[in-house]
Design a binder for this molecule. Sequence first.
Ligand code: ZN
Ligand code: ZN
Length: 350
Amino acid sequence: MSELITRRPQGLYCGAGGFYIDPWLPVDRAVVTHAHADHCRPGHGALLAHHDGLGLMRVRLGPEAVLEGVAYGEPRRLGEVTVSLHPAGHVLGSAQIRVEHRGEVWVVAGDYFVSGAGDVNTTCAPFEAVRCDVFVTESTFGLPIYRWAPQREVLDEMRAWWADCAAQGRHALLMGYSLGKAQRLLAGLATADAPGPVCVHPAVARLNAAYREAGVALPEAQALTEAAQAKGLHGALVIAPPAVQGSRWAKALGPHSDAFASGWMRLRGARRRRAVDRGFVFSDHADWPGLLRAIEATGAQRVIVTHGDEGTLVRYLGEQGLRADAFQTEYGDDDSQAAADDASWAEAVR
Ligand SMILES: [Zn+2]
Ligand SMILES: [Zn+2]
């Protein structure tokens, strides 16, 4: 019997349904997990995704793209299969794709963030485990060294750093990827007891607007169309994409301290390469325990690992008695992909 989902040169393919999931080359019909550049690529004949992500995809893919939105859990018949989308907790509109064919269920998770104790991504629908026979998982942070501290602790550290900056008469420039990360930082830090005003880079403001259009209640933040606007403020937190580091825009902010918020900050080498004053470990992806929790919750007896540290996770799952293998995909598993995603949003803002 042929497999329900296979890897083709264009991407992950469901033959019985006649569609691809997050294809990296143009195809006739795509089902797309979320709007990050490496998962949502241009040139498809038709694209199905969660309706919250469509506004973002429209910005990315242009007015001629044929997009169709569905709600979470809403079944769609495609060919001989039933497809439904389920929350992945990663960014606005992010979804796991459930595919059912003659009683067999596969779930392709795309990128996901699973909540730990009290850790919920409040800027999008939280991850929901979906029971399945085969679970296709990411492994961006698929090594045992990746264990996130509770997000409240990390946000407290960020707030303390910001308060220090404000006390020294400097702004706090906090860099995080503009789709997803920046909104989580804004939601977590723009609180009533904040040490100062919160501002955002225009690229972040554009994406904030997309979140608000989709009904997410993000705190207000002034968009710094000209960085020099920050000169009139005292002790501001400025949320911006990492690309601004060392730029003329950043210099125009005036005296500031800079920091980077990313799962990669777990690695000392990455912190050094970034050459920022502070690195905060803060990710929109599952950490190692999160991946294992998510996999267990699906009840899947077979797991296919994609983009990241496939080998380690495949080996570990095999030792746990699961059938585990990998698909070689062309999704980003590093900083440079996320940076490319950022660059495309900055492009869209211009
Ligand atoms: Zn992503
Ligand atoms: Zn990804």
